[in-house]
Design a protein. Structure first.
Length: 255
């Protein structure tokens, strides 16, 4: 009888482990592929790639595969935009991009808010819709910021300071263009679509785009007022713009 009970427990354990492997197998494969590609393509340093994998796990814990899809979409679009016409942007590129990829601090600056909202889902599941929308807003802002800055430099025709609205040099902190801003809006739209595929279509799509755009513009304002004067660095600006987008999304949801 004891042997039969032990055999039953062993069978249930194996069944549970098999079920977990089947459920999370895609996540594991995605993370491994992402880490290998990021390092081999010199998009991220090894430590940054591992940091990204940890962040992705927290994002997954909060929003499942849709959350990981939003983060992955940001990474793919951001990497593509950064690499596009790179020879024309050499003078504006950060030193890390020439030394083997982005650093852990840069990963956290862009996706840290997403990880925090993932933790909030685990801690306060009763408000999971709010936290996931805030996560979407943060990734919409990160994507908008990257596309507007990287593609705006290439395709922008007229550049102006977001504070003074006077003509300024493209590529400098706080300088925007209409073309770059539109690329940013398009990036927010892509993240909103990814969210919709996973969580359903509705008015949330519009609000995610609005939150992402506000976050992107916040990045430019902070760049003009603080970063250009050396008060804060680019990582702080990136984190704050994604945080602003998340807070805007949260405020819209609560209203």
């Amino acid at each position: 009888m004891i042997i039969e009970i032990n055999d039953l427990l062993l069978f249930l354990l194996l069944l549970t482990l098999t079920s977990m492997l089947a459920h999370y197998g895609l996540l594991v494969l995605t993370l491994i592929a992402g880490v290998v590609y990021s390092i081999s393509a010199r998009k991220l340093t090894p430590v940054a790639a591992i940091t990204g994998a940890v962040v992705a796990c927290l994002v997954f814990a909060g929003a499942g595969y849709t959350g990981v899809a939003m983060m992955t979409t940001f990474f793919i679009l951001g990497s593509a935009a950064t690499s596009w016409q790179k020879h024309r942007k050499q003078s504006f590129a950060s030193p890390e991009e020439h030394q083997g990829g982005r650093t852990p601090a840069q990963v956290l600056a862009n996706a840290g808010v997403g990880a925090i909202t993932g933790l909030l889902v685990l801690s306060f599941p009763a408000y999971n819709t709010l936290w996931i929308l805030m996560m979407a807003g943060s990734f919409a802002s990160a994507t908008a910021d990257t596309l507007s800055s990287e593609l705006g430099i290439v395709y922008g025709r007229r550049f102006f300071n977001i504070i003074t609205l006077k003509p300024d040099q493209g590529g400098l902190d706080g300088v925007i263009s209409i073309e770059g801003t539109l690329f940013g809006v398009a990036g927010s739209c892509v993240i909103a679509l990814v969210y919709a595929v996973g969580f359903g279509w509705g008015s949330s799509l519009i609000w995610i785009v609005i939150a992402g755009t506000i976050g992107n513009l916040t990045d430019s304002v902070l760049g003009a007022l603080l970063e250009r004067r050396g008060y804060i660095g680019n990582n702080a600006v990136n984190f704050l713009n994604t945080l602003m987008a998340a807070l805007v999304m949260g405020l819209i949801y609560l209203i």
